[in-house]
Design a protein around this ligand. Sequence first.
Ligand code: MN
Length: 131
Amino acid sequence: MSVRLRVLVVEDNALNRQLVRDVLELRGHEVLEAEDVPTGLALALEAVPDVAVLDIQLPGGGGEALARALRREPRLRRLPLLAVTAYAMPGDRERFLAAGFDGYLSKPIDTRAFGPTVEAFCAERSGGGDG
Ligand code: MN
């Protein structure tokens, strides 16, 4: 729980972005923010985060396109990818997994559960030991 994570948050809605940032920073994590797909990809390549939290409805191609682009990068192939979406529909889970996501959460986020959920998700997904 005391591990400081570098979390990439790609979200185009400023209020949602601020909420996620506040929740994660209060728990001691470093938060990198982007508002669209190209910026998110560039930031991920530059900063190599521990985990990425991606909105699905995003300018520049959408969260699924961003997930696929991240997965094409050798350095980011194992990056834990969490989708956050307000539009969970039947079949979305399969689509998200096919795009390269490891899991997803529904919006609006539960501010008390969000931090621990991201931490647990990251610990599970990065348990390979390679670092
Ligand atoms: Mn959005």
